[in-house]
Design a protein around this ligand. Structure first.
Ligand code: FES
Length: 163
């Protein structure tokens, strides 16, 4: 595991140092660190030459600051207007029913956490969600069940590889 300042540098090398690089960089940091510290936000701001308040604002907007104990896979379902109008609520109900958790909760096995987020920029393919860094669009209840089943099977495969 890299020290966080090195990690931020390598993420900025990979994604660029523009404003639009902020989201993938935040995701990369959270993926390794499991939360976003004040130190990380300041380092990201320095690396991208942005005000720290902007990094903080973006992190809040996309609910990257809700870091209690999070699962291995963090689902962020877009709740902004286009997704809301295109059936986000049905998707939310499907996820909640399948994982038996509510928004803001983590499954007891530590596999999934469920959060709302704001517009992910995929309104033309609404409804949309992120699972860690992967974007899923044009969601339907069936599609979501398939996607989540895929993640559950991944866990089993990983366990088999370890055994
Ligand atoms: S409103 Fe959901 S992606 Fe834009």
């Amino acid at each position: 595991m890299k020290p966080v300042n090195e990690l931020i540098k390598s993420l900025a090398d990979r994604y660029g140092r523009e404003r639009s690089s902020l989201l993938p960089i935040l995701q990369g940091v959270v993926e390794q660190e499991k939360y976003l510290s004040e130190y990380s936000m300041v380092e990201i701001a320095r690396e991208l030459d942005l005000p720290a308040t902007e990094v903080y604002g973006t992190a809040t907007f996309y609910s990257f600051l809700e870091y209690k104990k999070m699962g291995r896979y963090i689902i962020r379902l877009c709740k902004t207007i286009t997704c809301a109008m295109k059936g986000e609520n049905q998707i939310l109900l499907t996820i909640q029913e399948m994982l038996k958790i509510k928004l803001g909760e983590t499954t007891p096995d530590g596999l999934f956490s469920l959060l709302h987020t704001n517009c992910l920029g995929f309104c033309h393919k609404a409804p949309a969600m992120l699972i860690n860094n992967d974007v899923y669009t044009e969601l339907t209840p069936e599609k979501v069940r398939e996607i989540l089943t895929g993640y559950m099977n991944r866990k089993e495969e990983q366990e088999e590889n370890v055994n």
